[in-house]
Ligand binder design. Structure first.
Ligand code: ATP
Ligand code: MG
Length: 563
């Protein structure tokens, strides 16, 4: 087991909640929500938000709602809603009976807009999109007031009603909040709160011809659901004044918006728009391609919900944006698998070995422990015979220094079996390729027999007549650059070698019963997952979740010794 101790990540949000408990701000209530827009599949960044929202509610005996932010009719699809529900459940969270849609509130949102008009806090504006932009000003220059800003309440009410009834074309008019065109915050310069969109909505059909803007719908949806702490990502910090202004202007229940830093991972992209491009343009096999940072991709790769939750806990919640090393996520799955995954033998690139002094028709049933870290897992039988396969890389005809594996004349131990010695190489006459090795074994060295003879290298192997042929897929990062978002075209740095398929791998016979979706450690090769989609009948496909080399544990260790 790794002994690295991670410091508890600071959670400034819990500190805010503790403070609210002291001042009795929300009557000791904690109610959060996870508000995805159903325009794509969830990714690991969303997992962080899910763990945070559901986690902090659970920790404080509170509640967390699932709310689909479906205010934009043009982009949303039912497929996404189903996948989001599945992913949140799979991660281990439960919204109970509190699954909502922002579109549930369209009526109420409309009534509130009318209320804003009646109190002189909103007006219908006829400027074109281009004019509106020109009037808005810049960060250094104040904006200019729209000539339509001083319309009477009656005129605004009538025009807004006619917008709703479909009398005007898209873009002809909008409803704007009347705030302050000179505000240093551009979001406060009379933001648009309703626009005309003659599009059908997946839930409300063709009922609405005007749709609320996100910045308007979000605070009100939070308020309607009596959310106490509305946790969102940092880019909404500048929108908070608008969030607060709207709730005050409407004089309704006022949740507290709190921003935290978005999760970014190295060697990947995290925006749904970019991920959708990868899917739609065929760069990956789908949203659940095992190379994707989506929750469904990670699940298909073999990650467990526990490892993802553990990762989200470890990275903590920060106020400043940063990029997390993907090695940290890998560390979380390794730690879980170290105890849980049975350790078996699988040869990815087989090279035949014939043990000349082993009787031809003999088969021994060797005893192999399933996981030395977890003795409760027990043992299994492993057949050994005269012909075996080892990893091609474990043999070298001209070994470099410190090569402790097999080479002409050298001895190695076969895991759970005997010490063998390489006597002779057989090559293909035409190609010069090594086709098989001839070895001898020392019958006195059987593992567990009390033999004390030691050699430096131990190799994994499978018995040739007993091995099962499978396909193995090895993955590398999908991008060759650490931060693809910084490239002009993120697709230009897609890694052409992100998936290596090995179709002639051999695994030990105990895996004949391997269930779809089960996980194993292939000794020395990493942790593997039986692909539940592409494994067909007895033809199994194994995805490598991660290799065994834990760079993150190494980093943590170095940091600790430096302390
Ligand atoms: P994307 O850019 O990937 O489409 P988004 O913010 O538009 O992301 P939403 O569906 O609106 O996606 O996000 C739902 C919730 O998840 C929001 O509260 C959002 O702040 C949060 N979230 C999205 N991406 C991340 C991330 N990378 N890290 C943490 N939280 C995130
Ligand atoms: Mg969004």
């Amino acid at each position: 087991m790794t002994t690295t101790s991670f410091e508890t990540p600071s959670n400034f949000i819990q500190n805010i909640i503790n403070e609210d408990f002291k001042t009795n701000k929300y009557g000791r209530r904690v109610h959060t929500r996870f508000p995805p827009e159903p325009n794509g599949y969830l990714h690991i960044g969303h997992a962080k938000s899910i763990c945070l929202n559901f986690g902090i509610a659970a920790k404080n005996s509170g509640l967390c709602n699932l709310r689909f932010d479906d205010t934009n009719p043009a982009k949303e699809e039912v497929e996404y809603i189903e996948s989001i529900k599945e992913d949140v459940k799979w991660l281990g969270f439960d919204w109970g009976d509190r699954m909502y849609y922002a579109s549930d509130y369209f009526e109420q949102l409309h009534e509130y807009a009318v209320k804003l008009i009646k109190t002189g806090k909103a007006y219908v504006c006829d400027l074109s999109a281009e004019e509106t932009r020109a009037y808005r000003g810049t960060l250094t220059e104040p904006g200019k007031e729209s000539p339509y800003r001083s319309r009477s309440v009656e005129e605004n009410l009538a025009l807004f009603r006619r917008m709703k009834e479909g009398e005007f074309e898209e873009g002809a008019r909008v409803l704007r909040a009347k705030i302050d065109m000179a505000s240093p915050n551009l979001n406060m310069r009379d933001p648009v709160i309703y626009r005309i969109m003659k599009a059908a909505h997946h839930r409300t059909g063709s009922k609405w011809l005007i749709y609320p803007m996100y910045d308007y719908a979000h605070p009100i949806s939070d308020s309607i659901e009596s959310i106490t702490h509305s946790i969102c990502t940092l880019e909404f910090e500048d929108h908070r004044p608008l969030y607060d202004w709207l709730l005050e202007a409407l004089d309704i229940f006022h949740p507290q918006q709190i921003e935290f830093a978005r999760l970014n991972l190295s060697y990947t992209v995290m925006s749904k728009r970019k991920l959708r491009q990868l899917v739609e343009e065929g760069y990956v096999s789908g949203w659940d391609d095992p190379r994707m940072p989506t929750i469904s991709g990670l699940r298909r790769r073999g990650y467990t919900p526990g490892a993802i939750r553990d990762f989200c806990d470890r990275i903590g919640v920060a106020k400043a944006n940063s990029t997390v090393d993907i090695a940290m996520l890998e560390h979380s799955i390794r730690e879980e698998m170290n105890f849980q995954a049975p350790r078996v033998m699988a040869v990815l690139r087989p090279l035949k070995v014939i043990i000349d002094n082993y009787p031809e028709d003999r088969v021994e049933e060797l005893e192999a422990e399933d996981n030395p870290e977890n003795p409760d897992m027990g043992t299994r039988k492993l057949p050994f015979s005269r012909e075996i396969f080892i990893e091609r890389d474990d043999f070298s005809e001209n070994p470099p220094k410190k090569f402790f594996r097999l080479f002409p004349g050298s001895e190695v131990r076969l895991k759970h079996a005997y010490i063998i010695k390489c006597e002779r190489i057989v090559k293909d006459e035409k190609t010069g390729e090594i086709t098989e090795l001839h070895c001898t074994y020392d019958p006195e060295t059987r593992s567990g027999s009390g033999s004390t003879r030691k050699v430096k290298g131990t190799l994994h192997w499978v018995s040739a007549p007993h091995a099962i042929k499978v396909e193995v897929r090895l993955y590398n990062s999908l991008f060759t650059r650490e931060n693809p978002d910084e490239e002009d075209d993120f697709k230009a740095c897609i890694n052409p070698e992100s998936c290596e398929r090995l179709s002639h791998c051999l695994v030990e016979p105990s895996l004949a019963q391997a269930a779809r979706g089960s996980r194993y450690q292939f000794l020395r090769n990493g942790y593997f997952f039986v692909d539940p989609v592409d494994s067909k009948g007895s033809a199994m496909v194994f995805n490598r979740i991660v290799s065994l080399k834990d760079t993150w544990a190494k980093i943590m260790k170095t940091e600790q010794t430096l302390k």
